[in-house]
Design a protein around this ligand. Structure first.
Ligand code: SAH
Length: 437
């Protein structure tokens, strides 16, 4: 799943999720409420200043706001039980095609999200609050910490909330249109330790900007860049179009499977980097590249899979619908000094139909479509082009099973299949499947 997928993150459920995955990969976000949605966890209670001691609304007492948030639908289940259920689900859908391998779970399934969003507002007593939108509404539920979010990011959000008071910066009020700070978005590089803070403002003028930056860095010297994003629209998208870098480089980097990726405020990037490495590692193990194959990375997002595969391939062709993601993909290839990869901005189905018509040859297809799965234009062209292997990464085992039905009817056989838990505490499960003739 891939979200950003992430381009614009939206605050309200559907729009938000949809936007993140850009194009549909439900990834994270769209996944239902899934993964990109901020799963809340412990939080401030009614008094915004005090982290809530937690009036637990759910059985296990882990998260006092899980009901309102709706992000962690499985908060009440032991992690081992979650894994068993996901494994069973994947097995039920994929075993008609192939025996499934044991699900790839997390050793430490908490605080995995590298991207954290908080909406800012006021409670009835005009105390500044920050947290999440209650599921399906625009009511802000205060949250100070969350079971699945990066803990440093959560701490930075609390510090920003406290600083607002001394700087007399008011949060934006959606009803009256007064106030300045709408959202804070924090992105962290798991491998590099770099941290980006995006302050989403309703207008471009931030009073005492420099002093605010100084004060924030004094509390959190680990922050490597701060960006102001201006969103003066009445939509539920979190990020607007205008950006100003007020500290650092305006982006962070992370390392996945030995390659470096640049993450800007709007770039799509997998939200669970530890599991992403396992996911990509398994996909490449299934592909078993020998060094001279022509590889297609379809639905490539910012090019991560293709770039990681490029060392072991003769040539990689990436195709992706979203123009911004393609730009990032080209940038990422340059950054890693990769010369044998080319990215195309196009609908993957249309692109493949053209390739097949031109008689182009591909040895291995790596595909990672959105939640809706692939389409007949794409799949029928794959069949025409006869790649030796197809490695299908999917964030929706149901559409995966549908597409496998098509490919197996056309002569492919599923040789390996495994689930990978990218989103603990949600009901979503990623899968990787390898087909050959
Ligand atoms: N493989 C990438 C991204 C996968 S998410 C990663 O692991 O990060 C799925 C991607 O498919 C998204 O980037 C989305 O923009 C893209 N997408 C959705 N519909 C598409 C289509 N019809 N053609 C090509 N790409 C599409």
């Amino acid at each position: 799943m891939k979200d950003n997928r992430d381009r614009l993150i939206t605050a309200k459920k559907k729009a938000a999720r949809q936007a993140e995955r850009q194009g549909g990969k439900p990834s994270v976000a769209q996944v239902s409420k899934d993964a990109n949605k901020k799963p809340a966890v412990t939080s401030a209670g009614k008094d915004a200043k005090k982290p809530a001691t937690g009036k637990q609304k759910k059985g296990n007492g882990i998260c006092p706001v899980s009901k309102e948030c709706g992000g962690c639908k499985w908060i009440d289940k032991e992690y081992t039980v979650q894994l068993k259920e996901k494994e069973k689900w994947v097995k039920g859908l994929l075993e008609p095609f192939c025996k499934t391998e044991p699900i790839i779970g997390m050793e430490q399934p908490t605080h995995y999200r590298n991207k954290v969003h908080a909406v800012f507002g006021e409670d009835r007593k005009h105390n500044i609050i920050s947290g999440i939108y209650e599921e399906g509404t625009h009511r802000i539920v205060p949250v100070d910490s969350c079971l699945i979010e990066n803990e440093k990011a959560d701490a930075i959000i609390v510090s920003i909330r406290e600083l607002l008071k001394s700087f007399k910066i008011r949060p934006y009020n959606e009803d009256t249109g007064y106030g300045l700070l709408r959202h804070v978005l924090i992105r962290t590089g798991q491998a590099t330790g770099q941290i980006m803070v995006v302050l989403v403002l309703a207008s471009p003028i931030m009073p005492s900007k420099n002093n605010f930056v100084k004060a924030l860095l004094k509390i959190h010297p680990e922050i490597t860049t701060i960006v102001v994003n201006v969103n003066n629209r009445g939509t539920s998208m979190i990020l607007g179009d205008k950006e100003q870098v007020i500290y650092g480089r305006g982006y962070i980097e992370d390392v996945l499977c030995g390659k470096t990726f640049r993450i800007s405020p709007k770039s799509f990037y997998q939200v669970n980097p530890l599991q992403t490495e396992k996911l990509y590692g398994k996909a490449l193990e299934f592909a078993d590249l020998q060094g001279n194959e022509t590889v297609l990375d379809a639905y490539c997002g910012t090019g991560t899979i293709g770039i990681i595969a490029s060392d072991k391939a003769g040539k990689v062709i990436g195709v992706e619908l979203n123009a911004d993601a393609v730009k990032d993909a080209r940038e990422n290839a340059k950054r890693n000094n990769i010369k044998n990869i080319q990215f195309y901005q196009n609908d993957a189905g249309k692109f493949l139909v053209e390739m097949a018509e031109q008689g182009a040859k591909v040895d291995v297809v790596l595909m990672d479509p959105p939640r809706s799965g692939s389409d007949e234009a794409f799949l029928s062209s794959v069949v025409k082009m006869k790649p030796k292997k197809v490695v299908y990464i999917s964030c929706n085992p149901e559409t995966l099973a549908r597409d496998l039905k098509y490919l197996t009817k056309q002569g492919y056989k599923v040789k390996r299949a495994v689930g990978c838990d990218m989103f603990p505490f949600t009901s979503h499960c990623e899968c990787i499947v390898m087909l050959s003739k």
